[in-house]
Design a binder for this molecule. Structure first.
Ligand SMILES: [Zn+2]
Length: 124
């Protein structure tokens, strides 16, 4: 296989989860500075921002999930979600596309970019 791409939703979810841990970690570090009130406050605020941000990202994932298209992966035959023009299978990381024109082409995240979409529009 050797394909390193992972599903976008999985990537965002991993990022949000790590933000929670970072947030709690930062707040924990803040406890070491109990003597210095302002320093502790900074750590606490940073930690809270981090946790709040992850909540926002989780909410965003929820919104994105409604926009994804559910397909059955041709490789592992499990249902997966596609976000954008190209995405990878959540289970086996098989590159998938909704665009027939891109089928068989090398997997490239740039197919999702606005610039590429503009180019194809111009061709039509
Ligand atoms: Zn798959």
């Amino acid at each position: 296989m050797g394909i390193k791409y992972s599903s976008k939703i999985n990537k965002i979810r991993t990022f949000a989860l790590s933000l929670v841990f970072v947030g709690f970690g930062v707040m924990y570090i803040g406890l070491f500075f109990k003597e210095t009130m302002w320093l502790m406050s900074i750590f606490m605020i940073l930690g809270m921002i981090s946790v709040a941000l992850s909540t926002v990202i989780y909410f965003w994932i929820g919104m994105l999930s409604t926009k994804t298209i559910q397909v059955v992966c041709p490789n592992c035959e499990k249902p997966t979600k596609i976000l954008g023009r190209v995405d990878a299978c959540m289970h086996c990381k098989e590159p998938l596309t909704l665009d027939k024109d891109l089928e068989g082409k090398e997997f490239d995240e740039s197919y999702n970019s606005k610039r590429y979409q503009k180019n194809t529009e111009n061709e039509i």
